[in-house]
Design a protein around this ligand. Sequence first.
Ligand code: ATP
Ligand code: MG
Length: 265
Amino acid sequence: MTDAALTFTDLTLGYRGHAAVHHLSATILRGSLTAVIGANGSGKSTLMKGIAGILRPLSGSCTMQARRLAYLPQQSEIDRTFPARVVDLVSLGFWQKTGLLGRRSRADRDRLEGCLEAVGLLGFENRALDSLSGGQMQRALFARTMLQDADLILLDEPFNAVDQRTIRDLVDLTRQWVTEGRTVLCVLHDHALVSQYFPQTLLLARRPVAFGPTEMVVTPENLRRAQTFHEAWDEDARWCDGAAGARGEDLANHGADIRKVAARV
Ligand SMILES: Nc1ncnc2c1ncn2[C@@H]1O[C@H](COP(=O)(O)OP(=O)(O)OP(=O)(O)O)[C@@H](O)[C@H]1O
Ligand SMILES: [Mg+2]
């Protein structure tokens, strides 16, 4: 039995024939906590959608060994004007277990309450989603994720526009999931947070720039290289040829630098 939760094999993802993430090969181990970083437009959300099965690979493959997946999309993709209450949103976490209209047992209701309590939203059950602050909405989404009881969890910029205390609470919750043996991939921009809490990091610039222990990935040299790749990117490029999906530096040589190290927490 392999210890991998997720395996990328020469994975290329994109939209209508335009590649947005090129030639990613890496193994994410079970029970690991990985930060996914990179500039705006570097392909982070595209990778999350590829893992979640929303986008099919243009080439290569993404194989999930985990049984159950939870995906928290980037906030900008969530419609908060939908007329629903906190309890409706969080209950969506039951969907994989009982279906949307399935009956909830006493134990289910207790679990839901436990998740709301864990994120500090007990008493908010009947609040309309559009009345929540950004941080409260994020807490509700974490409660839903928690309820899903997934062994692979994808979080796309979950700490955006939330205050320090909420970030700390949600990071603690995320680390708790990892100690329970779950695998977490989290997209974020705050490098200080990444260095403090995330043992391993994948740095993207439309292609993988570096992957491995955070202290070896989040370095001035790698960040400079990522910036160079990003700025050299041709938005109108039709397709990629090996690693030559962008212009500028000798990208093919950098491909060999990617470390397929997946440190356990
Ligand atoms: N639905 C889509 N159709 C066409 N192109 C898209 C689509 N979604 C994203 N892209 C393009 O793919 C590239 C990668 O986008 P992606 O959303 O993955 O970036 P990101 O790293 O998540 O950026 P950000 O930090 O701004 O969230 C961008 O050039 C973007 O314009
Ligand atoms: Mg994004």
